[in-house]
Write a protein that binds this ligand. Structure first.
Ligand code: ZN
Ligand code: ZN
Ligand code: ZN
Length: 316
């Protein structure tokens, strides 16, 4: 009897909580801006937790002290035109589409923009094929070498022959105007280009602009000045793979990225207003700023920077 009562109380609490949660999610959908970017993932290609990692960073996840972090991706949503675009097709695409879509939505996705052919950025395309969704002609925007790579290698080539996807070509610095008034411009960046070139994206909405550079070797190798580019936009989602040198036990010159430390140095004389536009993204599992409530993350925030949060929405 006692036990039964206890269950009844627990059930009541669960029902109340789910009601609150449901009304909150409906409310947040209705209150979300008409056009926005949603952060769908913040981790480097290998994701978090990371395969085979026995260190504290990933053990914290298995102990239930950290949440799962999906691989870096942005969603671009236009509620007026009911259109949704994905930047990157990551191995977490199933959950990411779910995170972005509203309950009432009928179409899954209106287009996918790819930066390059490293595993975290395009392999989610596999779920669009015959074994999974069996999609019909989903537009996939790719640069010439990226497109060539998909055309000439299985299983990607089958997505094309079965018309699960259709390739749309992109050109360096040529804007693509989407029918909802959004503009997306790819631009080349230096990166380990084994299978394809690598681009970042300049995203222009109705009232705001954003920069997305998830992978770049080092800022000084880029023809543009990152400080100037950040000043031109409202939000800059930029490469924060590693926090500092010596973070992983292999030569870090094999996987060059601008360390967060180096980026901070570049922006140290900039105003807090400029720094607050920076949203660090694409964090490796070894990067302490990836972890919820880590002091490194707090330190970055005290300097004005943001660390991307899965699910966060930025009005465009
Ligand atoms: Zn990457
Ligand atoms: Zn780890
Ligand atoms: Zn890469």
């Amino acid at each position: 009897m006692h036990l039964y009562k206890k269950y009844k109380v627990l059930l009541l609490i669960a029902l109340l909580l789910s009601g609150v949660f449901l009304s909150f999610s409906i409310l947040s959908n209705n209150n979300s801006p008409k056009q926005y970017i949603q952060v769908l993932g913040i981790a480097q290609d290998g994701g978090y937790p990371h395969i085979g990692c026995q260190k504290t960073c990933c053990q914290l996840y298995y102990e239930g002290k950290q949440s799962k972090k999906f691989v870096t991706s942005l969603g671009i949503v236009d509620r007026r035109h009911n259109t949704k675009y994905l930047i990157e097709a990551t191995p977490d695409i199933i959950d990411q589409i779910r995170l972005m879509n509203h309950e009432s939505d009928s179409n899954i996705i209106d287009g996918i923009f790819l930066t390059h052919a490293h595993i975290g950025h395009y392999t989610g395309l596999m779920y669009l094929g015959r074994e999974a969704l069996g999609a019909k002609n989903i537009p996939v925007y790719a640069m010439p070498k990226m497109a060539q790579f998909l055309q000439s290698n299985g299983p990607w080539s089958q997505l094309l022959s079965l018309k699960n996807i259709q390739l749309k070509s992109m050109t360096h610095q040529k804007p693509i105007v989407l029918h909802s008034g959004l503009k997306i411009t790819p631009f080349l960046v230096p990166h380990r280009d084994e299978f394809s070139e690598t681009v970042g994206f300049f995203i222009e909405g109705k009232s705001k602009k954003a920069l997305f550079i998830p992978d770049i070797d080092k800022w000084h190798l880029w023809e543009k000045n990152i400080v100037d580019e950040v000043q031109k936009v409202d939000y800059a989602f930029i490469d924060a793979t590693f926090f500092s040198a010596g973070e992983i036990p292999r030569p870090m010159s094999e996987v060059p990225h601008p360390f967060i430390d180096e980026t901070i140095k570049r922006f140290e004389n900039e105003s807090i207003e400029t720094r607050s536009k920076i949203i660090f993204i694409h964090l490796n599992h070894s990067n302490p700023a990836l972890l919820d409530n880590h002091p490194s993350k707090k330190r970055l925030e005290s300097l004005g920077y943001q660390v991307a949060q899965q699910g966060a929405i930025f009005e465009l």
